[in-house]
Design a protein around this ligand. Sequence first.
Ligand SMILES: [Zn+2]
Length: 459
Amino acid sequence: MAAESATPDQPRCMFPQTRALEVHLPAGFEVADTSRLIWLAKRAGFNTILLNCFRQGYTTFLSETMRAYGFPDQDPQFRGNDPVAPILAAARAESVKTYALVEGLCVGGAMGRRGPILRRRPEWGVRGRERLGRASNPPYLCPVNHDVRRFLGDLFHEILEGYSFQGLYVRHLHYPLEQPNQRAGFCCCDYCHRAVWHSLGVKLNEIPDDPDHPDRYNLTSWQGKQLTGLLRYLRLRAAKVSERSLVLAEAYLGYGDERLPPESFGYADGCSWAENRLAPIAVFRPLPGTCESDEGWIRRIIAMTQCALVMPVLSASPESKLTEILQRLAFEPVAGVVICEPYDLTAPPLTQLVRGPWREPSQIAEDQPAVSVCALLAETVKRLPPDDPVRAFLADVLRILEPLSGRWSATQRESLYENLLGLEERIADERIVLGNTTPAVLRNFRLARQLLRLMEAEL
Ligand SMILES: [Zn+2]
């Protein structure tokens, strides 16, 4: 039987789970350190690297675009070096996929330092309202300004064209969160003044602070739409380089009984991005000051898997509960996980994962969705007893679909999606009884359905 040959032992049929590590190269990084970095990441179980290419307004590599716009063409700490190319080569040799990690709108450093872009083009920045005689102007670009959009589009185009990245991983695609209450205000730059007057017919400086005032409410939703528009634009620019370039956008995900106001997460509505499939994978991180190991947050992550492929951003500092969280998520349909800084690849918890929650090797979920779907179905076949009717159905599906891997017709995808959904419903209300394999089968089916949707979006 074809299904029997599709065992999870074959490399192409490993369980699909993206295990991504954020990598910021340290000052003084030598090309000779490259192999060790990739080796350590691979040894810890990672199959994906998010390599910092644009941070705090500087590029890691020598950038023509930055030069053309009159900005420094490379972060001075890497001057004379191209650390990106050797990392990509080393990662390719180890079959580790690489995304370019770019900080979208945040172009400054700690303590509000503005960075080179805003020093040269202050009119591009988000402008706070005068309050108590001082304006708060955090080091963020205004997402409404079309010159900003074009600059980011040009820069990210250059990255994708010049290097063989899987795609972009965009962070800070939101308005700045303000201290101390971590809520974003709105931008009062000249560009926004004109755009708000044009779109909403009101003067920005006359909008009251009262969040329930209709003008304020309209402005809030308008700002959210600007960020969504920027994400759409960046996706289009990436697609112009290659149809295969993916754009993953990170957003904050809050939790709690009350629905959080949009300013709490910088107006970037990651949930609606996920629901509307604006990104192939919805990547969520906890709001500043909240804890990722909190059951409330984990339940929100799981809830979002109903409508999208989802990856949480987790920390691997020594005091984090990374292992426990990964074990908690083991039977939930998350597409993978992103480990953010700070971490130590030579110390727990990262050195413990391959003996614990990452004991089984994995393949990248979104890379070849058809292969991932087949791997999930084959994994389910392996779990079910030989005379089980669900197993017989899946074996048939694998026999028909596997040889066509990646070239499934819309009808085939749609019919498999509907069949998996129907089975999920019958398993969930116990019309089909699978005993203790139930959680794994439900996880596999939901993940497979989201991957089928991803294939649809790609066509
Ligand atoms: Zn603005």
